[in-house]
Structure formats: structure tokens, C-alpha cells
Design a protein around this ligand. Structure first.
Ligand code: AMP
Ligand code: ZN
Length: 124
């Protein structure tokens, strides 16, 4: 049973709506705990967002009880990278948290970027 706060967040959250199928997405992977889809505004030839099905706001909102979810996020990254052919060439995985990191969607998401040679800077 969701708490009232959790229910409110879930009702308003675009990524919760994508997970539930209320909003469309280009799904690339799903298991019991996580859902992955193509970023609507890709910054690389491969740009996937991997999200927990449970609403978690950002890295600061993760708790020890979410360890299975985190395991699944990284398992999903491995499987998607292999499936989309970028496991060998390499890829970048990024969590943005808060204003300085330019987080815009407040449902935790792991960016998986690849398919091109990226620059060495992580902050530019
Ligand atoms: P961040 O800046 O880390 O919060 O990244 C949010 C990402 O979500 C951006 O790369 C957006 O392009 C992407 N995004 C926003 N809305 C959607 C959507 N409806 N479907 C797919 N990706 C989205
Ligand atoms: Zn959400």
C-alpha cells in the first residue's frame, strides 16, 4: 500500500506513468523491478533511461531496502548494452541529482549512453 505522499508523487510523475503504460515510450527492457526506454531527446546514438518501477526521487532518496532495485538497474545496463551492441565499444552510465547536475526528471533514472566516441569531460 502506497503512503499518501508516495501515491501523490506516482500520480504526477511522468516516469511512473511511462512505467505503468499510461504514457507511451519506446521500451527496450523490463523486469520485475526496473523499466528501460529510449530517451526522447537522445544525446548519443544509444541513449537509454533505466528507471526503478518504484518511485524513487533521486540518489539521495535511495535506501538500504532498495538494494535489489539497484542490483537490477546495473543488471539491466549490462543486458541492454549487450543487446544494443555497445558492450564491447563502451558506454557511459550517469545519475544526475539536483540543480547543479541539471536533473530535470525527479524519478531516479540511470542514463546509458553509447554508440559514439564521447569526450573525456564529465562536467562540460
Ligand atoms: P535528467 O536531466 O538527468 O533529469 O534527464 C531526464 C531525461 O529524461 C532527459 O534526457 C530527457 O530527454 C528525458 N525525458 C523527458 N521526458 C521523457 C519522455 N517522456 N520519454 C523519454 N525520455 C524523456
Ligand atoms: Zn515516479
Amino acid at each position: 500500500m502506497l503512503s499518501p505522499t508516495e501515491a501523490f508523487k506516482t500520480k504526477e510523475c511522468i516516469f511512473c506513468k511511462i512505467v505503468s503504460g499510461t504514457l507511451p515510450s519506446e521500451k527496450v527492457y523490463e523486469n520485475d523491478n526496473v523499466f528501460a526506454f529510449r530517451d526522447i531527446s537522445p544525446q548519443a546514438p544509444v541513449h537509454i533511461l533505466i528507471v526503478p518501477k518504484k518511485h524513487i526521487t533521486d540518489v539521495l532518496d535511495v535506501s538500504v531496502s532498495d538494494s535489489a532495485v539497484f542490483q537490477n538497474l546495473f543488471q539491466a545496463a549490462q543486458q541492454i548494452a549487450a543487446k544494443l551492441g555497445i558492450a564491447g565499444s563502451g558506454f557511459r552510465t550517469v545519475f544526475n541529482s539536483g540543480d547543479h547536475a541539471c536533473q530535470t526528471m525527479y524519478h531516479l533514472h540511470l542514463h546509458l549512453l553509447g554508440g559514439t566516441q564521447m569526450g573525456g569531460s564529465l562536467v562540460g
